[in-house]
Design a protein. Structure first.
Length: 417
């Protein structure tokens, strides 16, 4: 069992003391026993909290959709959510889902007095209870409405093409987790039940609990019987060694730029979060650049490794300038932070922003679950942020591989693209 320090906001100190006093005689659940049926269980007690957030990460996502049935994993998650909600009492909890290419996340935010019951019902809905046959058509209709509304939208075509470029044409990894109107219509209960049987395994799943658990503060990891299956998923080669650039001409009103940079396996995740944070800030200045509609920077776990991915929507007239700017900002972010004073200033701002986000138990629970998936352990955020220094930042940025870039927009030169 690994113990980690918990960050406690100063203004909650008195509430924390009261919470600890109130919990002194409480009987904590046996987390060691709960962990035995899982790959790993991460627990962070927050005595001052008014909720408990349960996060269940199943290491199977849309990349496991059956051939011809893209969107099946998303529809399966919706069916599981419907089953879980039927088992809850009014006011017990709120359930949400998140389907990525490599994993699926279920979260339940529960009132403290009901969390243990909600936990059992959530796991039963995910791994054991029959899927509600009468929920298929209503859940499918919701996904179909979105798919039909977005069908033909330029931004969706750009994102589809971007993942083709980033995944090097891999038809499994690049397909859209949301599916298409045609594929969603072909999915039935039998195919969803078979997909769950192949993909949802309790012993391979990570669970985190964050909030008013009847324990003192602090984060801990409890490993299950299958903990040996938890390898270091951060290990391995970068996602690719060769860059690429493509331009697709379309009759649209603005341009999109996508740039993906493969990340070396030895870059600490918190340092990579800092790079993402600083690149995002520099791409979205205040006041905003008149040629930019918006830019998003995120970290993606691709089939071959970790990728720093930038998407920007820009005016067509500013397309060339912004393509150069996106790549240059990423490649120069280490050099721009060489000055120790400037680096410390930005590190303090990052610490504040990151830990304020982590104040939301659902954010912390999701991050903890993905930590467990990647490395089998939890990050000590305070220590990792303290340990960051300019030289490590510059080495990490210098180690980024050649980007794969997609430019998608109108051909102002009069060509047909």
């Amino acid at each position: 069992m690994n113990r980690r320090r918990a960050w406690v906001p100063p203004f909650l100190a008195s509430a924390l003391l009261l919470g600890m006093a109130g919990d002194a005689g409480a009987q904590a659940p046996s987390f060691e026993t709960m962990a035995q049926e899982l790959a790993a269980l991460g627990v962070e007690g927050r005595p001052w909290s008014t909720v408990v957030v349960m996060t269940v990460l199943v290491p199977s996502g849309s990349a496991n959709d059956p051939d011809g049935l893209s969107g099946a994993t998303r529809l399966l998650a919706e069916m599981v959510r419907a089953r879980a909600e039927r088992s809850l009492q009014p006011g017990d909890a709120r359930i949400s889902i998140e389907v990525e290419r490599a994993h699926t996340i279920f979260q339940a935010m529960a009132v403290p007095e009901a969390w243990e019951r909600v936990y059992r019902q959530l796991l039963d809905a995910i791994f054991a209870a029959p899927l509600p046959a009468d929920a298929l058509d209503p859940e499918r209709r919701g996904l179909l409405a979105t798919a039909r509304f977005e069908s033909g939208a330029p931004v969706r075509e750009f994102q589809d093409e971007l993942y083709q470029v980033v995944a090097d044409g891999d038809p499994v990894w690049s397909r859209d987790p949301r599916g298409s109107p045609e594929s969603l219509q072909r999915i039935d209960n039998a195919s969803l039940t078979a997909l769950r049987g192949r993909s949802y395994r309790r012993a391979e799943s990570m669970v985190t609990l964050v909030g008013a658990l009847g324990t003192g503060p602090g984060a801990r990891v409890y490993r299950g019987r299958t903990a040996a299956l938890l390898g270091d998923r951060a290990a391995g080669r970068p996602a690719w060694s060769d860059g690429d650039r493509e331009r697709l001409g379309r009759q649209v009103t603005n341009s999109w730029i996508g740039a993906a940079f493969p990340v070396p396996r030895d870059v600490p995740r918190t340092l990579l979060d800092f790079i993402r944070h600083r690149v995002s800030e520099e791409l979205n200045p205040e006041p905003p650049d008149p040629g930019l509609f918006g830019a998003d920077v995120r970290i993606e776990e691709m089939a071959g490794g970790t990728v720093l991915l930038v998407e920007a929507a820009v005016l067509p007239e500013a397309e060339e300038r912004w393509e150069q700017r996106v790549v240059q900002i990423v490649e120069d972010v280490g050099e721009r932070h060489r000055d120790p004073g400037f680096f410390r200033f930005q590190r303090r701002r990052f610490r504040t922003a990151f830990l304020v986000e982590e104040g939301a138990p659902e954010v912390a629970g999701r991050r903890m679950a993905t930590d467990l998936l990647r490395t089998g352990d939890l990050r000590d955020l305070d220590k990792e942020i303290d340990d960051m220094e300019p030289g490590a930042l510059e080495r990490a940025v210098d180690g980024l591989g050649e980007p794969r870039v997609l430019v998608f927009g109108p051909d102002l030169g009069g060509g047909d693209g």
